[in-house]
Every structure is written in structure tokens, then in C-alpha cells.
Design a protein around this ligand. Structure first.
Ligand SMILES: NC(=O)c1ccc[n+]([C@@H]2O[C@H](COP(=O)([O-])OP(=O)(O)OC[C@H]3O[C@@H](n4cnc5c(N)ncnc54)[C@H](O)[C@@H]3O)[C@@H](O)[C@H]2O)c1
Length: 388
């Protein structure tokens, strides 16, 4: 398509400068303009990148006929109005996570992008990271056996937000990763939490997601914890993976541990579980910046008219779960059912890129590929289920 794609980035606070740095360094694209209402932020970035135009008025930015795409890194309540305006002006859009503040807003953005044939991508950055690609491949190859549950912790001290709670701020990462691994939507969501600093804005939450075949996930997010923790445990019937994103180069550890039940026993005395302890190994993880991969993917999707890996539909799935979590929080952790009512829009299939497993020689070595199931073939509707 276009040989050089002209980009505008709006929002130059904490995250926007990372997007600016990446787009500026990519070939076949020109970071034409950066936009923020805060002139101090613009002046700071102008000192670093004097060749990029500055703009304080978003309306003027989207009116620029030379601009092909807009990247939105502002606060969540602005995602929808800005993405809507940019799409209606004919620009491709990459919007930061979470995609918007409600399911209805996400659905409207998806409808506009489809009607106008524009790329709509959401910044679920971890899906572009090497550890997550590797985990997905290990799970798809059934190297951990049957996936049983995922437990995730994303904790830190701050950065406190006022307009969204900690689940909307941090859990989009975990939810997008979990959906990517599970390859389906949960049928039920529960969420509990507490607001200790800002009244009505939870700074700690515990969310549980319930999937088919007794599979589940739990996500603990907090702005109120002494340590920075970014950890996910993926438990399978034959092996378990621990992913520690702050662990330096050895982010993934695969533990060859499992519990085996004897198939037959006659008396209670004869019954005992067998604990299998094997080796632990760390697969090689290529060091690359996930955000760079995300930016490259956005440009590819525009150039080749492709549906992004983190499309509007994926953004909607994440917001659907966040909305259900808010509903559950309001009802003291009561279950919120995500029931299927309408056929979902078709999703592009994204095979995981080949990565090489470094085995320690144990196990059966089989890598029988199970066909990757598609995400839920229906759009869920939120209903309340009585607390059990
Ligand atoms: N993908 C990731 O890993 C990741 C990491 C951090 C944040 N984020 C996301 O990035 C987004 C921004 O987060 P942040 O922490 O950078 O927020 P921030 O508050 O630091 O920055 C937002 C910026 O938007 C500017 N702004 C506000 N109104 C504007 C307007 N009308 N026009 C132009 N600029 C305007 C503000 O002045 C501010 O500089 C959020 O959606 C957040 O969830 C994503």
C-alpha cells in the first residue's frame, strides 16, 4: 500500500514517549506529529526530537490530510472520543489498552472501522513479547499436558489513577495474555477488591475467570504492594510454567512436576498420590522490545490490509471481562455470567511464529499439535448469577 505511513501520536505523558521513540526509529514510516494539551510535555519531547511537529489541538491533528494513522496514548475516558474522531476522519487507529471505557464504545469503534475499511488495533503489548509467544507455543504443543489454570499477579506501589480502578489499569495485560493462551472467553467472572486510598476506586482486586473444561484463571492486581511483581504461573497436567517478567533473561522456567493418581486401588490404605519431581529448565528467550514489535505489526496491517493480532475484537473481549468485573465488584464478588447470545464477528487466525523449545531430554518429547481452537464463537451477554 503506502510506501511511507505518516503517524501522529496523541498523549505524551508516561507511555506516549515510548510509542514516539519506537515509531520514530522504524523505516517506511514517518512520525509526523506528536500531540498533547500539556505544552511542557511537548517542549520536553521537542528537545529530544526537534524534527517532529508539535500540536496541542487533537481536532487539528485529525484534520491533517497527510496523516494516515493516529496512535492514542491518553487516559482511558478519552480513548473512545479520540478513536472515533480519528476513524471518522479516515485514519487507521492504534489505541492503548484498555480499548475504551465500555463494551458499547468498543462495539461502535469496531463498527466504524469495518464500515470504513480501516485498521483498528489495541495496545495489548504483551502479545508481542517473546515470553508470551513461547508460552503459547508450549501450551499449543501440549508440552505441559492439559492446561488446568493460570494464576497471575501484577503488583506495585502506585501509579494511582483516579478515573479507573486497578483492574482496568493493570489487568488488561493479564486478561489479554490469558485469552491468548486459553483461546476462548470465560463463561463466568468474579471480582473482589478494596479501595484504601481513593474512595470508590479499587487499588487492589482479585478477579477469577472460569472457562470450559474446569479451566480457570485468577488475576491479582494492586497499586498497593511493596514489591513490583509481574508473575504468571501456568499449571498443566504434566508440567508447569512460571513466567516472571522482572526476572532478567531467565523469565520462563518450566518445571517438570506433576501429581499422579493411581488409576485403580482396592482399599483406602492402598491409595496414595505420586508426586513427580523432574528437572526445571529455562528456554531461550530472544531479547526484543515488545512495543517495537507492536508498532511494526500496526504498520504491516495498514500496508497489507490485515486484521491485527490485537484487533478491535480482542480489545472488546478484554473490556467485556473488565465490565463484568466491575459488575461483580459492585455486588461483593457475585458471579457475573458471560452468556453466549449472538454470533461473534470472524477473527483472523494468527498462528504462533515458530520458536525453538530447548528441552532437557526428559519426557516423551512428543509435540503433537492440537488444532488451536478459535475464541468463543458467540458474543457473551452479562447476566447476574445468584451467589452460591
Ligand atoms: N501498553 C502498555 O504497556 C501501557 C503502559 C502504560 C500505559 N499504557 C496506557 O497508555 C495510556 C496513557 O497512559 P499514561 O500513563 O501515559 O497516562 P498519562 O496521564 O501519563 O499521559 C496522558 C497524556 O495525555 C495528555 N492529554 C490529556 N488530554 C489530552 C487531549 N485532549 N489532547 C491531547 N493530549 C491530551 C495528557 O496531558 C498526558 O500528557 C493509558 O491508556 C494506559 O493504559 C499502556
Amino acid at each position: 500500500m503506502k510506501s511511507r505511513i505518516n503517524i501522529g501520536v496523541v498523549g505524551c505523558g508516561y507511555w506516549g514517549p515510548n510509542l514516539i521513540r519506537n515509531f520514530r526509529a522504524l523505516p517506511n514510516c514517518r512520525l509526523k506529529v506528536m500531540c498533547d494539551v500539556n505544552e511542557g510535555r511537548l517542549a520536553h519531547l521537542h528537545a529530544l526530537y526537534p524534527e517532529i511537529e508539535r500540536e496541542t489541538d487533537f481536532a487539528r491533528l485529525v484534520a491533517d490530510p497527510d496523516l494516515h494513522a493516529v496512535v492514542i496514548a491518553t487516559a482511558v475516558p478519552l480513548h473512545f472520543p479520540m478513536a472515533q474522531r480519528a476513524l471518522l476522519a479516515g485514519k487507521h487507529v492504534m489505541v492503548e489498552k484498555p480499548m475504551a471505557a465500555s463494551v458499547a464504545e468498543c462495539e461502535e469503534l469496531i463498527a466504524i472501522s469495518r464500515r470504513l475499511g480501516l485498521v483498528l488495533m489495541v495496545g495489548h503489548t504483551f502479545l508481542f513479547s517473546e515470553p508470551i509467544r513461547k508460552i503459547r507455543e508450549i501450551v499449543d504443543h501440549r508440552d505441559i499436558g492439559d492446561l488446568r489454570y493460570i494464576a497471575s499477579r501484577r503488583l506495585n506501589l502506585g501509579l494511582f489513577q483516579r478515573d479507573i480502578n486497578v483492574a482496568w489499569d493493570l489487568a488488561p495485560h493479564d486478561i489479554s495474555i490469558i485469552l491468548h493462551i486459553m483461546q476462548e472467553m470465560p463463561h463466568r467472572v468474579n471480582c473482589c477488591g478494596g479501595s484504601h486510598i481513593t474512595r470508590g476506586v479499587e487499588d487492589v482486586t482479585w478477579m477469577s475467570l472460569h472457562f470450559s473444561r474446569e479451566r480457570s484463571a485468577i488475576i491479582h492486581t494492586s497499586w498497593h504492594d511493596p514489591r513490583k511483581v509481574r508473575e504468571m504461573t501456568i499449571v498443566g497436567s504434566s508440567r508447569m510454567i512460571v513466567y516472571d517478567d522482572v526476572a532478567g533473561p531467565e523469565k520462563l522456567r518450566i518445571h517438570d512436576v506433576r501429581i499422579e493418581r493411581p488409576p485403580l486401588y482396592d482399599t483406602f490404605a492402598a491409595f496414595h498420590y505420586a508426586y513427580h519431581y523432574g528437572d526445571t529448565y529455562c528456554p531461550y528467550i530472544k531479547h526484543e522490545e515488545p512495543l517495537r514489535n507492536q508498532c511494526v505489526h500496526f504498520l504491516e496491517c495498514i500496508r497489507e490490509d490485515q486484521t491485527p493480532l490485537t484487533s478491535g475484537a480482542q480489545g472488546l473481549d478484554v473490556v467485556r471481562i473488565l465490565e463484568a468485573s466491575t459488575e461483580s465488584l459492585r455486588n461483593h464478588g457475585a458471579s457475573v455470567q458471560l452468556s453466549a447470545v449472538n454470533p461473534a464477528p470472524a477473527r483472523a487466525s494468527h498462528p504462533t511464529p515458530p520458536v525453538h523449545l530447548h528441552r532437557n531430554g526428559d519426557g516423551d518429547g512428543s509435540s503433537a499439535r492440537i488444532p488451536a481452537p478459535t475464541l468463543s464463537a458467540a458474543q457473551p451477554r452479562i447476566t447476574h448469577e445468584p451467589e452460591s
